[in-house]
Design a protein around this ligand. Structure first.
Ligand code: ADP
Ligand code: MG
Length: 130
């Protein structure tokens, strides 16, 4: 999971982490990372062809993000439910994005969408080369 710049700028790190801690998921590791443009482009490579790609990169690049390494049964499902729909206006009640998100791309958090992407993303932030 990533806490995105819009949430960090509004002092929401603690409140977002509290929401995670209200689930059965365990926080195995956590760090604040300066997300360079190069890292941002690599991280969001799968969205390169999307019309929103440039807006997304310009919003995220060269800012701090907080990365969390989470573990637990059904972690992907539990976290995606906690986070809510991509667009905060459409996100389900009491989700992180409904309560804190500003719009797209400023929707406060990123959550992996599959086991495969979770592995890749955990390695990206917490792998041996880091
Ligand atoms: P999610 O984060 O819910 O998995 P996507 O993987 O589809 O959503 O998109 C990645 C991120 O790109 C979103 O979290 C959001 O910040 C941004 N984004 C998605 N759709 C749009 C859009 N239509 N306009 C602007 N930004 C968008
Ligand atoms: Mg996604």
């Amino acid at each position: 999971m990533l806490i995105k710049p819009d949430a960090i700028e509004r002092n929401l790190i603690g409140r977002i982490i509290s929401r995670v801690e209200e689930t059965p998921l365990k926080i195995l590791d956590m760090k604040k990372v300066f997300f360079s443009r190069e890292m941002t482009e690599q991280f969001y490579g799968e969205h390169k062809e999307e019309e929103f790609y440039n807006r997304l990169i310009n919003y995220m690049a060269d800012k701090n993000v907080v990365a969390l390494k989470l573990e637990g049964l059904d972690a992907i499902k539990i976290l995606r439910r906690l986070v809510g729909a991509t667009d905060p206006k459409k996100a389900e009640k009491n989700t992180i994005r409904a309560d804190f998100g500003l719009g797209t791309p400023q929707n406060s958090v990123h959550a992996s969408d599959s086991e495969k992407s979770a592995k890749r993303e955990i390695d990206f932030f917490f792998g041996e080369k880091n």
